[in-house]
Design a protein around this ligand. Structure first.
Ligand code: SF4
Ligand code: SF4
Length: 305
């Protein structure tokens, strides 16, 4: 079993990742690569050096500091991943903070310690911790004993997943969690593959089995105009939920605010030509779901548990 997980961030006082006030732990590494991802720095499973061109002064102190000639001028800073051993000397030399570490390997004990800092707030608000990413179920065997330890500490645990993980390996972690936020992207395997890099067979299998095993599941859908907001997909999703006795779907409106991050990872990725979901898009999608007997909820409504 792995002894550490790569964490990109531990955010305190979150209110959209489950009930109450929560600490959200972002684990690095994903089994999908959604083109609209808001956390693209969480896709690759290892620590990286991030570069923010908005802060760069063009001084190339980083190039002088690098012992492996891994800093390239193309014409702005670019890191050759094959040469870089992530020693961090360029970060220390950078006067502006344009270079930074993305992801740090942490033990379960260190994560638990960070989570317990806000235990009083969880008790008062009915909150807890949410493991997200990336795909936290990549770390299922690491997380399972940590979830049990946090339960012994009296902490409610939510796992947010896209479900693209074989159920056998993830089951123990999913059964241990108090709540699973399960993202459904598209019911069409071709659309799913085009936009996430993988079809939806594993996602749907994991969804069906986790619900059948009695885990408390809140389904969610990132609503991406032009990708998955068509009537056909909404009706098919509603049918899946009805078949499993679930009466609601949280709609997460896609917004373009995360696109800046795509240019801060390496190799920089061009944002997809998508537009943000508007209140009208949400209303229309909720209307279709309503006709199908499913309540379409927005993230600012209380978590339906
Ligand atoms: S982390 Fe080290 S090897 Fe990598 S680019 Fe920076 S100085 Fe060079
Ligand atoms: S040291 Fe920092 S500010 Fe200077 S060129 Fe490198 S990344 Fe840019």
């Amino acid at each position: 079993m792995r002894r550490k997980a790569v964490v990109t961030d531990i955010q305190r006082f979150s209110i959209h990742d489950g009930p109450g006030i929560r600490t959200t732990v972002f684990l690095k590494g994903c089994t999908l690569a959604c083109r609209w991802c808001h956390n693209p720095e969480c896709i690759r499973p290892y620590p990286e050096i991030g570069f923010d061109s908005r802060r760069c002064l063009g001084c190339f102190e980083c190039e002088r500091a690098c012992p492996r000639e891994a800093i390239l001028r193309e014409p702005e800073v670019r890191i050759d991943r094959l040469r870089c051993d992530r020693c961090g000397l360029c970060i220390a030399a950078c006067p502006s903070g344009a270079l930074h570490r993305v992801g740090e390997a942490r033990t379960a004990g260190a994560i638990r310690e960070a989570v317990l800092r806000d235990a009083d707030h969880y008790r008062q608000s009915g909150g807890g911790v949410t493991f997200t990413g990336g795909e936290p179920l990549r770390y299922a065997r690491f997380l399972e004993p940590l979830v049990e330890r946090l339960h012994a500490d009296g902490v409610h645990v939510t796992v947010e997943t896209a479900g693209a993980v074989p159920y056998e390996g993830a089951r123990g972690c999913l059964l241990a969690a108090d709540l699973v936020l399960f993202d459904l992207k598209s019911m069409d395997p071709g659309v799913h593959r085009r936009w996430t890099g993988s079809d939806n067979a594993t996602v749907l299998d994991t969804f069906r089995r986790v619900v059948r095993d009695g885990v408390r599941v809140v389904p969610r859908m990132p609503l991406v105009p032009g990708v998955n907001d068509g009537r056909e997909n909404l009706v098919a999703t509603a049918q899946l939920l009805r078949e499993h006795g679930i009466g609601n779907l949280v709609l997460l409106p896609y917004h373009r605010l995360g696109e800046g991050k795509l240019r801060r990872i390496d190799p920089p990725v061009d944002p997809p030509a998508l537009h943000s979901a508007t209140p009208e898009d949400l209303e229309r999608a909720a209307g279709v779901l309503g006709e199908e007997g499913i309540d379409g909820l927005t993230p600012d409504q209380p978590c339906p548990v």
